[in-house]
Design a protein around this ligand. Sequence first.
Ligand code: NAI
Length: 231
Amino acid sequence: MLETAGRVAMVSGAARGIGRAVAERLAGAGYRISAGLRDPRRLPAGTDWLACRYEAQDPGSAEAWVAETVGRLGRVDVLVNAAGINPKANFLDPDETALDALWAVNAKAPMRVIRAAWPHLAACGEGRIVNLASLSGKRVRNDNTGYAMTKSALVALTHAVRREGWDHGIRATALCPGFVDTDMTAHVTKQPRQLMSRPEDLAAVVETLVRLPNTASVAELLLNCRHEDML
Ligand code: NAI
């Protein structure tokens, strides 16, 4: 496993849910955390994380977050793209407002942060990227077509990153969970909350993923809270 001392991890969506659990876990493992937050005042209390404004829909926000991180902490070793949204966007609905927001936040924004962080991830020789995709990026099981389309795109982006990043020591994983007990799933399913995956368990997986050496790359990791054939 890679040493963590001095290393810097950027985590988007770190105010709550999976992003927060990941940031807490990586901080506990020794990483210095740069938290990308829509409102930096929402930095979880009691943390010593660098709180940076990151609004996925704003042009220039990804670049500003990376610049602030490098300016204050000096490097970027790990990037976890956890920020995401799930407004309903069915393909038969002619109103594409939700679909546009899904593309912006779930697909284009992670791409922009990766692009901005790329030279820093390459410079450290062991750069790590974890994209919070979803089982919805692997199969279609409900009527939120837009969510599935954008998570599928995020899986594709992850593979593009693996291909281009390999010779620079950059390793990327598409982490694809089913239901996780967070605010996002509060109103979208009848699955009982106690039978959902826990954010802390995903965070433990993320720590392992980013600390594996360059010679142990996990391309996709599918994680479910219930049985589905093949998943
Ligand atoms: P959540 O709703 O609790 O947290 C989402 C985070 O993203 C929040 O901190 C929010 O502020 C941030 N965010 C939303 N829009 C943003 C924007 N425009 N700019 C910057 N930040 C923004 O959701 P949760 O469950 O923690 O989800 C984290 C990631 O995991 C998401 O990408 C989600 O799609 C994915 N995921 C979640 C699953 C679940 O069952 N909860 C299952 C599979 C994937």
